[in-house]
Write a protein that binds this ligand. Structure first.
Ligand code: UD1
Length: 337
């Protein structure tokens, strides 16, 4: 069975390619290398001994998308990661985000709609919940007005898919990720942030290795156990496995609705200071940090209720925060050596 993985050389995409190959799926990667590197293919091969088919192309080019699906006429299952993901950049250049994240989605769905039956998995985000009223967050929590064009593209993406499945033979699953961290335990693939990392864990590992002087902790006056924000950090390998479980559900026609939504998290919230302490424990290094003011747009707390994913997908996050941070640290040490 052939699966198309768009953005398959990116952080979550590459780990998902590995898990698909481990489960016997044949993978075709589409990537435009805008935020990834061709060397990731070697990392995937080092883990699985399989080189996936790779098509370097830009999904913003509608004709290329059409040609791709003509060439690979036997594929009808797509996991769609290709998208831009920097919140700040999306505020600076909203049209870039609407073009990258929405146009590409539309073009891929247009091709899938031509098929007698197709399966589609969408990378959504817990950002759609904003600051939810109740923790842990269930899939029924209300969607809040997006705080950035990036967040808006995830909401609009979900709406587009919901409208399209109603009138087509596409079945879809929306996966709302909490905070992905870590790297493959072999350290053959991992996260490769461009420039100064905006996310917590890559900033921590770069500080640990000496690339950054100190971590700025954005606020310690939140109403949480130690005053710092709470997030649900999920190991990228667990997250990748959730995609395989979701794809199998669609291929085996086990889905109960044409579009289903699942939270993908661990169910446990950790504060920023807990993440720092755990990093110090797994790395044996003291992490220099200082408390600074709150970052605009940050919410206080977000962690998942994972009952639906556990019960319906038969999937559960198995790795701990320690595992995630240890793998991220191993990866950071490998790429800087
Ligand atoms: C951010 C995005 C979210 C996106 C996700 C992708 C915002 C507001 N949200 O989530 O939409 O889906 O990335 O991974 O940007 N922190 C520090 N110092 C740092 C970096 C982060 O203290 O240098 C803190 C933050 O305040 C937050 C936590 O660490 O409490 C996690 O931050 P981050 O990794 O950026 O993720 P989110 O903000 O949860």
């Amino acid at each position: 069975m052939k699966i198309v993985v768009t953005g398959g050389l990116g952080f979550i995409g590459s780990h998902t390619v590995v898990e698909l190959q481990n489960e016997g799926f044949e993978v075709v990667i589409i990537d435009n290398l805008s935020n990834s590197s061709r060397e990731v293919l070697e990392g995937i091969e080092a883990i699985t001994s399989i080189v996936p088919i790779f098509e370097e192309m830009d999904l913003r080019d509608k004709q290329s998308v059409q040609q791709f699906f003509k060439k690979h006429s036997d594929v009808s299952a797509v996991i769609h990661f290709a998208a831009s993901k920097a919140v700040g950049e999306s505020v600076e250049d909203p049209l870039l985000y609407y073009e990258n994240n929405i146009n590409t989605l539309v073009y891929v769905l247009q091709e899938l709609q031509k098929k007698p039956a197709s399966q589609f998995i969408f990378s959504s985000s817990c950002t759609v919940y904003g600051q939810a009223e109740k923790m842990p967050i269930t899939e029924n929590a209300s969607i809040q007005i997006a705080m950035s064009p990036y967040g808006n593209t995830k909401q609009i993406g979900e709406e587009i898919i919901t409208d399209v499945v109603r009138v087509s033979n596409i079945n879809a699953i929306l996966l709302r990720y909490f905070n992905p961290i870590g790297a493959h335990p072999t350290a053959h693939i991992g996260e490769l942030p461009i420039g100064v990392p905006q996310n917590l864990v890559p900033f921590i590992t770069q500080t640990g290795i000496g690339m950054r002087q100190e971590l700025a902790v954005y606020g310690d006056d939140y109403p949480t156990s130690d005053g710092t924000c709470v997030r649900d950090y999920i190991h990228v390998v667990d997250l990748a496995k959730a995609h395989v479980a979701a794809m199998k559900r669609l291929l085996q026609n086990k889905n109960k609705e044409k579009v289903e939504t699942f939270n993908v998290g661990t169910g446990t919230g950790s504060t920023v200071l807990e993440v720092i302490n755990t990093f110090e424990k797994v790395s044996g290094k003291k992490l220099p940090y200082k408390i600074v003011g709150r970052r605009e747009g940050d919410i206080t707390s977000a962690y998942a209720n994972t009952d639906k994913a556990n019960e319906e997908l038969g999937w559960k996050a198995l790795s701990t925060l320690e595992d995630g941070l240890a793998s991220a640290w191993k990866w950071e040490q490998k790429i800087r050596s």
